[in-house]
Design a protein around this ligand. Sequence first.
Ligand code: NPG
Length: 375
Amino acid sequence: MHSDLLITPLMFELRRLRMPLVRPFRTSFGTESVREVMVIRVVTDQGEGWGESSIESEPLYLSEFHNAADYVFVEHLIPRLFAAAPFHVHDVAAILAPVKGHRMAKAALEMALLDAQLHAEGRSFQRYLGATRTAVAVGVSVGITETIDELVHVVSDYVAEGYSRVKLKIEPGFDIEPVRRVREANPDLMLQVDANTAYNISDIDHLARLDPFNLLLIEQPFGEDDLVGHAELRRRVSTPICLDEAIGSIDHVRSAIALNAVDIVNIKPARVGGYRAAVAIHDLCVDAGIPVWCGGMLETGIGRAANLALASLPGFTLPGDISATKRYWHRDITASFDLANGQITVPTGNGFGVAVDTDFVDEITFERREVTQQD
Ligand code: NPG
């Protein structure tokens, strides 16, 4: 995975884009209809690269949000990269480590630089990772709906499109009945639920009522800090427990394993501070016998391309939240990714293997800023 290439960044361009979702996406932490996406283009002495931040415009999923990230990029992270240049991209996480937290922002910078490095070297992200599967099985994440009938209908449309794994968003008041109805209509479907921290330990008996529905997993029912609560839940329910928000680093994975708080890990490179951290967590989980899958945060084609390559590593044994482009966007900023037999082909072009449609990016940019060393 390492490379000898030394790289000097000359300019970072931070852009905020407005992208309407094909259908509003409701979770326990809010509803998104038009997604604000932050992308980064880096110009280096070795060529340019693109990264995507996955940060939300409000701090409702994790603590990071766009306005804060803007400040952190300009005042704290990017100056450290300029000061450290020339550097190896595999050292970016270490260069940025003195700044605490802000993992999604760090991940976006690493991503843009990695894309630049790989283009310069003429190799694909998949080759860099040493992954080999040419296509990966993917699932779809279905938001909370007004009615259960609507949910059953939406799920059946996705199943008809070829998705073999469906994740339902749940929250108190929208959990047991929706799951029961979707399960009745789809007895063999791989089905899982995601609560995005909407419950607490007083809900253990309630969540145990999900056990009869043969779910693949229940994802992050309790708060991001509550590993002990998840361990207690794990003792009292038979559905496997998956962690998302609770895993910000490999140390969190080690702690969760030591506390018997986890069966399955959702790996989101942005949430853990980058693709190199994601690979380290993958390797640890493989050694520990913990299945992993690749989460999603409504990415554009840039993040989707990179996640497909990551998900082609052998430990990713469960389908990821990496759906086809048309589940998210009428028009994306890259060429579309399409579903074929429940799978999506892993890109093999240089870098992340996608060309960014810069004219369209210009059209949907509502904020743009360049950061150069003189600033
Ligand atoms: O397919 O990209 C996707 C969406 C998958 O449900 C999904 N993501 O909690 O995992 C999540 C949720 C999310 C979306 C989280 C946006 C943060 C931002």
